[in-house]
Design a protein around this ligand. Structure first.
Ligand SMILES: Nc1ncnc2c1ncn2[C@@H]1O[C@H](COP(=O)(O)OP(=O)(O)O)[C@@H](O)[C@H]1O
Ligand SMILES: [Mg+2]
Length: 360
């Protein structure tokens, strides 16, 4: 049974924090709410958990309306960024605590704790106190406490953001593996677009209290609905050029001194109009010879990233973009190059609304 959020709104005083949120969360999926700080992710999660009341709108689980149920009656488990383990209890008792306070018979508690500890690979830590654990181990215990109740819905609010970068990558993989194994519907909140891309079945990209796009990771990356999604998802971020035109069946860019250069055939042959042009750094090829569909530019800065190089390019009247190329590409600062934009991977947006013309 899927969960449906219908016309959810939330205001704190005069401030509209959530504006008409409409989402369908399919059963057993891993769904991520991603967006910048302050866009309303935590508020939405707390409303789902029943810790906060929506100003209007409803939440349905199948044909049951759960928005009126008290949090304790929803049987949802939530893992927060600042999870607190009980410092005086060992791992076993920390995990068992939620079952004990619900009056679960002792004979049922022990096998459940062992099962969860096995999934999380912390069986050897059961007798330890939290202070004798690493950050990643503590995080796993916090997950174990939530998992042991076998909730029908997991809510996680930035559970990895207190971990160091390397451990975050490991835990990302582990969380994904737990999910594949348990298949519990999960709503995961993060401000990190890479976490959203790597772990999710579906992503809701949020900004300003509204869902900007709700789609698979592949769709939000390859067919961003608007300039916000296009700029937020992907790293380094997409380049945007405001002064592009569709003209005479081609996409043209200003190349300096009032001249324009054709850079691709127009995907919309009939329309002559101004567009906002977007291209990801990975989708720019740098050539050392001019050709009919490339833009002359100068390499202004080279940054080595390891297996790749990030190249800042300048042309014409001072426009700049960045390209990402393999590290073994031979380039020097100051060198002239020709930028070729992969025609299958360019994005065109309406300059006034920011909407992707392909999603019209
Ligand atoms: N209890 C509250 N009272 C007033 N404003 C709040 C309250 N909780 C959150 N907000 C405001 O709502 C907005 C969204 O907050 P939040 O849901 O925590 O965002 P996120 O989790 O995406 O960073 C922010 O502007 C925040 O300041
Ligand atoms: Mg938050």
């Amino acid at each position: 049974m899927s969960i449906r959020l219908e016309h959810l709104r939330k205001s704190f005083g005069p401030v509209d924090v959530l504006k008409d949120i409409h989402l369908n969360l399919p059963e057993r999926q891993f769904i991520t709410l991603v967006g910048p700080s302050g866009c309303g992710k935590t508020t939405l999660l707390r409303i789902l958990a029943g810790l906060e009341t929506a100003s209007s709108g409803e939440i349905w689980h199948g044909d049951q309306r759960i928005s009126d149920l008290a949090p304790g009656k929803r049987d949802i488990a939530m893992v927060f960024q600042n999870y607190a383990l009980y410092p005086h209890m060992n791992v076993r008792d920390n995990i068992a605590y939620g079952l004990k306070v619900r009056g679960t018979p002792r004979a049922q508690i022990e096998p459940r704790v062992l099962e969860v500890a096995r999934v999380l690979e912390i069986e050897h830590l059961l007798e330890r106190k939290p202070k004798a654990l690493s950050g990643g181990q503590r995080q796993r215990v916090a997950l174990g406490r939530a998992m042991v109740r076998k909730p029908w819905l997991f809510l996680m609010d930035e559970p990895l953001s207190n971990l160091d970068a390397k451990l975050r990558v490991t835990m990302r993989g582990e969380l994904k593996r737990f999910h594949l194994r348990l298949e519990t519907t999960t709503v995961y909140v993060t401000h990190d677009q890479l976490e959203a891309m790597t772990m999710s079945d579906r992503i809701a990209v949020m900004d300003g209290g509204a869902v900007q796009q709700y789609a698979t990771p592949d769709e939000v990356y390859n067919q961003p609905a608007n300039t916000f999604v296009a700029g937020f998802i992907g790293s380094p971020p997409m380049n945007f050029l405001a002064d592009a035109q569709l003209h005479d069946q081609h996409l043209t860019l200003p190349s300096g001194h009032g001249q324009r250069q054709r850079v691709a055939r127009s995907p919309y042959p009939s329309a002559d109009r101004a567009v906002l042009f977007g291209i990801r750094p990975q989708d720019i090829e740098l050539r050392t010879q001019a050709d009919a569909m490339s833009l002359p530019a100068r390499v202004s800065l080279i940054q080595l990233l390891g297996s790749e190089k990030l190249i800042d390019l300048t042309w014409g009247d001072g426009a700049t973009i960045s390209a990402q190329v393999r590290a073994d590409t031979e380039l020097n600062e100051g060198q002239s190059v020709w930028c070729h934009f992969d025609p299958a991977r360019l994005h065109l947006f309406d300059p006034s609304t920011g909407r992707n013309l392909a999603c019209a």
